[in-house]
Design a protein around this ligand. Sequence first.
Ligand SMILES: Cc1cc2nc3c(=O)[nH]c(=O)nc-3n(C[C@H](O)[C@H](O)[C@H](O)COP(=O)(O)O)c2cc1C
Length: 292
Amino acid sequence: MTLDLAGLKPAEKQYYLQHVIAPRPICFASTIDKEGKVNLTPFSFFNLFSSNPPIVIFSPARRIRDNTTKHTLENVLEVPEVAINIVTFDMVQQVSLASCEFPKGVNEFIKAGFTPQPSTLIRPPMVKESKVKLECRVNEVKSLGNDPGSGNLVICEVLKMHIDESLLDADKKIDQRKINHVARLGADWYCVVNENNLFEVEKPNTQIGVGIDALPLSVRHSKILSGNDLGQLANVYEIPAVDPSFDDVNLRQIIQYYSINPTDMEKELHSYAKKLLEERKIKEAWQVLLTI
Ligand SMILES: Cc1cc2nc3c(=O)[nH]c(=O)nc-3n(C[C@H](O)[C@H](O)[C@H](O)COP(=O)(O)O)c2cc1C
């Protein structure tokens, strides 16, 4: 299916875009109006755009239903400050409750059962229950249009971060496994980030990978090695040389059993290399592949 966005209704554009631009982190934004009335609302059109200056952006869009603007947008135009509370799994149902279209002036801290905690540099309070909070100044609000669904970029400079001690390791570094971020996808879908679905991809910053085009043809056109496998193999900064001291019992067996049938031997070697790659043994996988 190919979609020409210009031909879609606003709700359809939102439907397709929100399902595919996903998962999106959730900013739980606390703002106040000029009379000091507090508002608390989740926004998943949210991300980090610069670390120096430290800039995050979220977007309260015009309502598709009636093209009206969100209270959060009106508030930041009156008082350009926002406390952004990062949403984690233990808060998600209350956060969703806070997204109800309560009348202007209703305090969602009370409606959704969160505890206001005074900020130190800005007027809107933070959410005590959130494990990471950002005190932000709004530098600019940029409207992206006047039609239903049009976003409004709220460009925020992070002035202060508050990180719950429970997320830190002994060196005061954040343990990514402990945050349990929640993120939004399409329709009612959410996901949680935890130890079961986190994984690491090593990226050498100083050395440049050889690239998939530099891999030996038999590896590149392998029916067994996947794109992810090739990506790991091609991330070495030079094609390794055969290491005569490399000794592996499985490799010896493959050579012994399949030496009379080179096609089957290649298949076995690729399968074994794949297994090694799954175990992050890149050097070993290369030695197996260099056997051919
Ligand atoms: C998890 C979640 C993420 C949301 N993200 C957005 C968003 O990025 N932009 C938006 O305009 N509305 C978003 N909404 C809907 C608003 O939260 C909802 O319209 C809210 O009532 C607006 O509140 P306000 O008028 O008090 O600012 C989201 C709702 C939920 C539950």
